[in-house]
Design a protein around this ligand. Structure first.
Ligand SMILES: [Fe+2]
Ligand SMILES: [Fe+2]
Length: 144
């Protein structure tokens, strides 16, 4: 008998936690040199981009056949665009030292992460065919 697991959820929760830790270090790092802080922020951006990319190319496309979930996926795509725009703006303010503000970004990021951790990924773990879940897991493993 095949036992269902929640491995996709577990892997993505872990990746979200890592991203969260990285951005919190930047947020807390107001006393750091601007150069160091910018480097840490750029590291975060790179990881965030890789994360969004694997979600969009390796995961979101496999969800179908459920209107509510299709709507959720569309919303998650839109939030990626919006979060990217915010990140770009924050990068500029760190570079110019003109008073960065992470609040809006952190709020949307928390909401986005919650939807993925609590709705999307548990749905995939529960409803996708085993073969597809294995494919997603191996893609995530190689890219996160
Ligand atoms: Fe996402
Ligand atoms: Fe995510």
């Amino acid at each position: 008998m095949y036992v269902r697991t929640n491995e996709i959820t577990q892997m993505m929760v872990k990746s979200h936690a890592k991203l969260n830790m990285m951005i919190n270090r930047v947020v807390d790092g107001v006393n750091m040199s601007q150069k160091k802080r910018l480097a840490m922020f750029e590291d975060f951006c790179e990881k965030l981009n890789a994360h969004f990319k694997i979600e969009e190319t390796g995961i979101f496309g496999f969800v179908g056949g459920n209107d509510q979930m299709t709507k959720t996926i569309r919303q998650l795509y839109d939030e990626h665009r919006e979060l990217n725009k915010m990140v770009e703006k924050i990068g500029e303010t760190i570079k110019t030292g003109s008073g960065d503000n992470f609040e809006e970004f952190l709020i949307l990021m928390a909401k986005h992460t919650r939807t993925e951790n609590e709705v999307l990924y548990p749905f995939l773990d529960l409803h996708l065919e085993e073969e597809l879940r294995n494919k997603i897991r191996s893609e995530i493993k190689d890219s996160l």
